[in-house]
Design a protein around this ligand. Structure first.
Ligand code: NAP
Length: 268
């Protein structure tokens, strides 16, 4: 492999590069799609809610040739593999994989927790990320080019009451990201992890199945929005080829740790 250090221009063009974003039907994933499309990339949007992705594509007025929508449940390894196998030729050479699909379910303590919720979080956030990565990496390695960007969390570095299994899955995402960098040494494949603090998306509605509770959580401070995290993802993806951004932590100014948010009571 030739050793190239590109001097001067800091940003790598991703025009016409193929990007797969999992969990593209909402929140951070949707914002990533918007950001990549704006830079001229071709984006494969994957999630379970197909209709929602078509709706997003219409709302964003994305040129049809720039986006491919695929039904994807990352929990199902066979479905993941079949999706990758059945991509049209023009979409096969995925250069950037954004492993964003993820869920938190409930804030119950472990002693009263529902193991069905644990299974879904583990199957989606850990096993799903592994299934998609496993299906796509060999081809990246063959072509000698690729970038895996994993969506971690500040819950991957610290725990909070009721965060238990979700935090465990995000600790696993961090361990997998670090392990990938070791396993991929010498392959030219880049591995980055973006670790957001509180972002207002559908995340808390899904977690608590309670729109009012979710609204109340974000009410008295300014949380991040999906675009703030998409900025960090695009930053990783557009560095010069010899640069690997290993980890980025992005927090709202009002948040100092997983469990410390300054809430402005005057706004309530
Ligand atoms: P969101 O708005 O709820 O989006 C989650 C996305 O994941 C949806 O598009 C959902 O699509 C997809 N998804 C869930 N299960 C899936 C499955 N089995 N297969 C395929 N896609 C699946 O939440 P978000 O905040 O954007 O979350 C995105 C990522 O950021 C997650 O990994 C989350 O852990 C992480 N994160 C979020 C925050 C936050 O405060 N919001 C903070 C740190 C990290 P379908 O339901 O259509 O499948």
């Amino acid at each position: 492999m030739s050793l190239i250090r590109i001097k001067g221009k800091n940003m790598l063009s991703i025009k016409n590069k193929i990007v797969l974003v999992t969990g593209a039907s909402s929140g951070i994933g949707m914002a990533c799609v918007k950001a990549f499309v704006a830079l001229g990339a071709k984006v494969i949007m994957g999630a379970r809610r197909i209709e929602k992705m078509y709706q997003i594509m219409d709302e964003l007025e994305v040129p049809k040739e720039q986006v491919l929508i695929v039904k994807l449940d990352v929990q199902n390894q066979k479905e993941v593999e079949a999706m990758v196998q059945s991509l049209p030729d023009a979409w096969k050479n995925i250069e950037i994989l954004v492993n964003n699909a993820g869920v938190a379910l409930s804030s119950d303590a472990i002693q009263v927790g529902d193991s069905k919720n644990w299974d879904i979080m583990i199957d989606t956030n850990i096993k799903g990320l592994l299934y998609v990565t496993r299906a796509i990496l060999p081809d990246m390695i063959k072509r000698g080019v690729g970038h895996i960007i994993n969506m971690g969390s500040i819950a991957g570095q610290a725990c909070y009451p009721g965060g238990n299994v979700y935090a465990a899955t995000k600790h696993a995402v961090r361990a997998i990201s670090q392990s990938l960098r070791l396993d991929l040494m010498g392959t030219n494949i880049r591995v980055s992890e973006v670790q957001p603090g509180a972002v207002e998306t559908e995340f808390s509605v899904v977690r608590w199945n309670d729109q009012e509770k979710a609204n109340a959580f974000y009410q008295d401070f300014i949380p991040l929005i999906g675009d703030d995290i998409a900025d960090a993802v695009v930053y990783c993806a557009t560095r010069k080829p010899h640069v690997n951004v290993s980890e980025i932590v992005v927090m709202p100014v009002a948040q100092a740790s997983v469990n410390h948010i300054h809430r402005n009571k005057e706004n309530i």
